[in-house]
Design a protein around this ligand. Structure first.
Ligand SMILES: Cc1ncc(COP(=O)(O)O)c(C=O)c1O
Length: 389
């Protein structure tokens, strides 16, 4: 494999207050698991980001900051080059704590408790939680699985389920957990529905940079027009979830003003200094690192698929077009979800997310994070083999 960065290096994360490595007891009832659950990478965050943070520390005051011109242009240049999207500076709005908090803001500004929000599922669990735990009523539209095990956006199903008060669709593109990169046809059908029914689409695109060779992510904002909110972040791209950064791209001036009023109400004014430094360094200096990571992860997807096919009867992996997340299909084992979980944890010694964390459609599936050195992935797959023997 032609990668220049050392992605095979095993980095000890236990003891670094890592959610993934130091919180297993709470989630799985034991602390000695190999964790393949929450979505961060076990690779080192790229050196230019670490250097930029160290360099900032040479100035001894870490007070409130502002967004520099370079902050905006680094962001714009990245999206122009990687996604062929020219984003005017005034479309950019922010959510300093995280993408998810930004989406919470959009939900709370556009809907009232009791109203419906449509969500294609399975999807990233917190997107479901944002709807349900904020007392909105969720309309689920299942992605349609074809005979090759590929999942498709079912816009006709989505439309058939809309209610009179539905104003918002919360969409995850590329999809976490199934790893789909939606085609232009799918996105145009969604945009057509949104326009006809006067709906706003919130498109969570935090995995947009992690697209596997042969696929191309199309930002919803480039097909969905003004009535869209596209949410992006460098956190998945460069493994910087601990220094959050999130941008919400809003072409519509009225939406933007309402969102800015929400930020003002919440007094969400200042980014993390390290988050801002990290974002600029990532977008300016880490494209080659990302290209290597994508090559490596594509190799991990293949490795996991081959391993499961060869060694684990009844378990296969859905082909991933994006993300470093493997969507593993256990349905042929005929085992109940809780039984598989118990075997994975207590026999295999591995921690994976249950598919049901991503909606009821995830029954029979588990999600495995593959952003780790190949040798660690192999150990995790051996754990699955042991568990399913
Ligand atoms: C689809 C998706 N959206 C949002 C997030 C979280 O992003 P943030 O930490 O910026 O809220 C994740 C993290 O796994 C994710 O997979």
């Amino acid at each position: 494999m032609d990668v220049k960065f050392d992605l095979d290096a095993r980095i000890e994360r236990r003891g670094s207050d890592s959610y993934k490595w130091d919180d297993n007891e709470k989630l799985f009832g034991r602390s000695d698991l190999l964790p393949f659950w929450v979505a961060d990478m076990d690779f080192a965050t790229p050196q230019p980001i670490l250097d930029a943070i160290s360099a900032r520390c040479e100035h001894p005051v870490l007070g409130y900051g502002i967004r520099s011109d370079e902050y905006f242009t680094a962001f714009q240049d990245w999206f122009r080059k990687r996604h062929q999207w020219d984003i005017p500076r005034h479309w950019m709005t922010f959510s300093p704590p995280s993408s998810i908090v930004g989406i919470h803001g959009v939900i709370s500004m556009l809907t009232k408790p009791g109203e419906t929000i449509a969500v294609p599922t399975p999807t990233y669990g917190p997107l479901i939680d944002l709807v349900v735990k904020n007392d909105r009523s969720i309309i689920r539209s299942s992605l349609r699985e074809d005979e090759d095990g590929r999942f498709h956006l079912d816009v006709a199903d989505l439309e058939s389920k809309l209610e009179a008060d539905t104003r918002l669709i919360v969409f995850c593109s590329p999809n976490n957990p199934v790893g789909r990169v939606f085609t232009r046809d799918e996105l145009e059908a969604l945009a057509d529905l949104a326009n006809r029914r006067n709906l706003i689409v919130v498109s969570d695109e935090v995995h947009c940079d992690l697209v596997m060779p042969g696929h191309r992510h199309i930002p919803y904002g480039t097909v969905g027009g003004e009535r869209s909110v596209t949410v992006v972040s460098p956190n998945k791209t460069f493994n910087t979830a601990g220094i959050p950064q999130a941008t919400l791209i809003m072409p519509d001036p009225e939406l933007r003003d309402r969102y800015k009023a929400y930020l003002d109400r919440m007094q969400l004014n200042h980014d993390s200094t390290f988050g801002a430094e990290g974002m600029v360094a990532g977008y300016r200096h880490c494209a080659l690192w990302l290209d290597d990571v994508i090559t490596y992860i594509a190799g991990n997807h293949q490795f996991a698929a081959d391993y499961l096919e060869e060694h684990v009867a009844g378990v296969c992996k859905v082909t991933a077009e994006a993300t470093y997340l493997g969507w593993l299909d256990f349905r042929e084992t005929g085992l109940a979800q809780a039984d598989v979980m118990d075997r994975l944890v207590n026999i295999g010694g591995v921690g994976l997310y249950s598919g049901t964390d991503f909606g009821a459609e995830g029954e029979g599936f588990f999600r495995m994070n593959l952003a780790c050195p190949r040798a660690l992935l192999e150990q995790g797959l051996e754990g699955i083999r042991k568990a399913m023997k």
